[in-house]
Design a protein around this ligand. Structure first.
Ligand code: FE
Length: 341
């Protein structure tokens, strides 16, 4: 799921102006989006991202819009695949197919925002962007979007005004194209159901932790991981936040918390009840890393009580002097019964 659904405040404002009001505002409801030929250049796999720009790109373009059904109600969590040429009119046809090709999911209101560049021209065609639109209970739509006002449009037999994006130039010079995809929802719909949920994990600092789920239901489906109710973002240590497997490398005390995952499709959603990640050694006295200092911790310490030399914090040596003795017991009893911060 897109926890940060829009590339910028500017983009979000523009979408709000262009597309707010559905489903009641039928005047804003476009005709059912027509399909067009896929052409010879669709390639898979390609990266899931909201930003296809390459470093050094100029002629920037952002495409925003929404996917709605026949009643103009938003369709949530629709899968989109995009591909277009570079500025010179050339497609990326060499694996790993990551230049100006990507997939993304809309948010819960069917909104999408894609940061890319203004595609180039190649012989016989006006400027265009290829796209596939796949919600879990519609036929996959394959079509092309055009740029209203492009002088080449009139000479291209594929061009259709109904598939032309409205283009505005933003104050920062970035072109903004908007388009509403309207689809008929017909196919059977099976709501996502999480069949496997992750269990609680106790990890050492620096360890790699993975949480994984399995889900059934009509595809396409995306996932959203949260920690303590807050959406997670991929970064240098955390990956897979929109996949069924979350990976946290180099775990730190700050990673401790409750992790939940939602499976999301146009048919519905399902969420896990939550798995606790506890990091050992982050809370003195919490020997078992369960986030509280309690009877289990006391039992571990008492079991090892009297050990001299070689004892570890996991055995109850809380003051790190390799013994488990009265000092350790006092260290544990002082916060006994409390929850780790
Ligand atoms: Fe093309």
């Amino acid at each position: 799921m897109r926890s940060q659904p829009f590339a910028s405040n500017l983009t979000m404002a523009a979408v709000g102006v262009a597309l707010s009001g559905a489903p009641s505002a039928l005047a804003q409801c476009t005709p059912i989006t027509a399909s067009q030929t896929e052409g010879p250049y669709y390639r898979t796999p390609n990266p899931e991202t909201d930003n296809m720009r390459q470093s050094g790109d100029t002629d920037l373009l952002t495409i925003t819009g929404q996917v709605v059904d026949t009643n103009c109600n938003p369709i949530p969590y629709v899968w989109l695949a995009w591909w277009h040429t570079d500025i010179a009119g050339v497609y990326d046809n060499a694996a790993p197919f990551d230049r100006y090709r990507c997939t993304q999911f809309t948010d819960a209101e069917g909104h999408f925002a894609l940061d890319t560049i203004y595609p180039g021209l190649y012989p016989g065609r006006t400027r265009h962007v290829h796209v596939k639109v796949d919600s879990a209970n519609s036929a996959v739509l394959t079509t092309q979007l055009y740029f209203a006002g492009d002088p080449q449009n009139a000479g291209d037999g594929f061009y259709s005004p109904a598939l032309a994006m409205n283009i505005t130039i933003q104050p920062d010079g970035v072109r903004l194209g908007t388009f509403q995809f309207r689809q008929t929802r017909t196919a059977a719909c099976s709501v996502p159901a999480l069949s496997t949920e992750p269990g609680d994990v106790i990890a050492a600092q620096g360890e790699t932790v993975t949480f994984a789920v399995a889900a059934t239901g009509t595809l396409p489906m995306t996932f959203a991981w949260h920690k303590n109710g807050e959406p997670l973002q991929n970064d240098a240590r955390i990956s897979g936040v929109t996949t069924n497997t979350l990976r946290i490398s180099g775990a730190t005390c700050a990673d401790a918390g409750s992790y939940t995952c939602s499976a999301l499709s146009s048919c519905g959603t399902d969420s896990t009840s939550g798995a606790e990640l506890s990091i050992v050694g982050c809370c003195v006295g919490d020997i078992d890393g369960d986030g509280a200092i309690g009877l289990t911790d006391l039992a571990i310490l008492l079991t090892n009580f009297g050990t001299t030399g070689g004892a570890t914090p996991a055995q109850g040596d809380l003051d790190d002097d390799t013994d488990v003795d009265l000092t350790d017991l006092a260290t544990l009893l002082t916060p006994f019964g409390s929850v780790c911060p």
